[in-house]
Write a protein that binds this ligand. Sequence first.
Ligand code: PRX
Length: 650
Amino acid sequence: MSETSHAEGRTFPPPEQLAAHANAGPEVYDEAAADRLAFWEKAARRLTWTQEWDEVLDWSNPPFAKWFVGGKLNVAYNCVDRHVEDGHGDQVAYFWEGEPADDTRTITYAGLKDEISKAANALLDLGVQAGDRVAIYMPMIPETIIAMLACARIGAVHMVVFGGFSADALASRLDDSGAVLVITSDGGYRRGAPSALKPAVDDAVGRSPGVRNVIVVKRTGQDVDWSEGRDLWWDDVVDRQSTEHEPESFDAEHPLYIMYTSGTTAKPKGILHTTGGYLTQVAYTHWATFDLKPDDDVYWTAADVGWVTGHSYIVYGPLANRATSVMYEGTPETPHRGRWWEIVQKYGVTILYTAPTVIRTFMKWGEDVPKDFDLSSLRVLGSVGEPINPEAWLWYHEHIGGGRCPITDTWWQTETGAHMITPLPGVTSLVPGSAQFPFPGISAKVVDDEGNELSDDSTGLLVLTDPWPAMLRTIWGDDDRYVDTYWSRFGKNVYFAGDGAKKDADGNIWLLGRVDDVMNVSGHRISTTEVESSLVGHPSVAEAAVVGASDPTTGQGIVAFVILRESGTDSGDELVQTLRNHVARDIGPIAKPRQIMVVQELPKTRSGKIMRRLLRDIAENRELGDVTTLTDDSVMNMIKEKLPAAPSED
Ligand code: PRX
């Protein structure tokens, strides 16, 4: 029997022990259904506010929401100081594990409070003020979190750029956000070797006149170029500071951070998250979705802080809940393929949260790898970033979770800030492959093209029909784009998520991937247009069309079709490699196309729109779909003839 058929119809009820002591029991659904705003208000009371709000939600000017109107709080105080004040200063906040295995650090809540206070004082010394934007371009080291919380503490808006992004990507984000300061490091460890970050910062900052200073953490000891007066070592500016810093309270709607994400155009969108609602929902969801018990659990989100998953579930949610977390710097296969399981065993990790793409990679490596480690401490597993196929779900359940750990498949987005559709481990009977039900207090529906809600067992578009506390407030500097992108398709009260979804006969929601021109590669969002515009930016390329083709490991793989400028230009392997590297340099290695096909023409409709559906069929080697609207059928034959036998590796 194949694993898929094995999964069919099989559900996994919550383990009895877990259900009996779960943070969130079935009553949370009833409470939220009875009074949604009262439910979120109660969740907000889990935090410490210095001023009570006057109104839970102001939705008088949709789609611009205000949550906990008039309330005041400090995010860093909520994440750290209050736990120290409550007598938990000695509790470990992070077990940090560097990629070189002997390189570890243990940071307590008291230690974290001191470091954040010092960094906050350093930022103030450098003239950073509340509302200023601070870019953070860092590897997975504790200073990244310290820098984020130091910003939050003084009301500066952080803008973390994933360390795998290029100098160009960093430069455009510095420019769009108007950053005044960059915090970076000489480099970080990836795949057993130091990987430099400072050169990209030098390049990007050279084009960003608004950046006054660059603070550099020494991590790898690599040689770095130095711009006197602009560049400052973290140790020099932070270490000499006092550990005393009085946190100031900020309005619930004070901007907390900007995180850029790919949209359907070449220009990434700066998603803006604010203070009170965001922290309320990340803290509550982290506590409920993972059943986090701060005195007992060792929690690990195995993702990069440079993505929203890292922001919400490595930093803000876990700290707000006084979790003890693991943070790992490196890659899963360094120095061996069992590294993650060694970490679980070493720290006694009880909750693990990661992406299906990694699980599929582990599946490829085989179950013998985790078998050699003691994973019996695990009790809850999580999944995020893309649909988890039932095979991967079952493998994760069995070979990592020992058949005893519930898996929470959490659907959400950079824009939503926190979990939106997920099972609850102490309540839900799990259906492998489905994210199942809206989180309590969240209204999600599946609708048709006109916005009519579909009956169960139909496929359509996913929408969110009520505002939620952690929702994005706007696109930085572009309210119109915010309205157009998310709140115009079905009116100003309905959030269009951009995902296809199906509701089955039991009401379980199955996420079916993006319905727009956004690809999902290893759980990372990349816009087809962004890759296309990079390709046409190369002197040899006249036209480019990019599609996300399904890929057994990464979910989707980037496949590009290019028309060269001069006929007869070398279309050999060398050029293809050059173009792949060009995109990797332009955007970042995650955007490097899996395959590039040089073609003479692209299939277009009569109105000149590229027919990506057909290109996807080709990239996936499927039979061609309907070609009746094509201008010239022979185009497809020509393209087909160009199909290489197998996708290239790396
Ligand atoms: O298509 C959905 C997919 O990832 C998109 C959001 O990407 P991003 O903003 O980068 O955030 C990723 C981490 C939250 C969604 O529009 N996605 C995310 N989680 C799931 C998912 N698809 C299916 N199942 C999920 N659990």
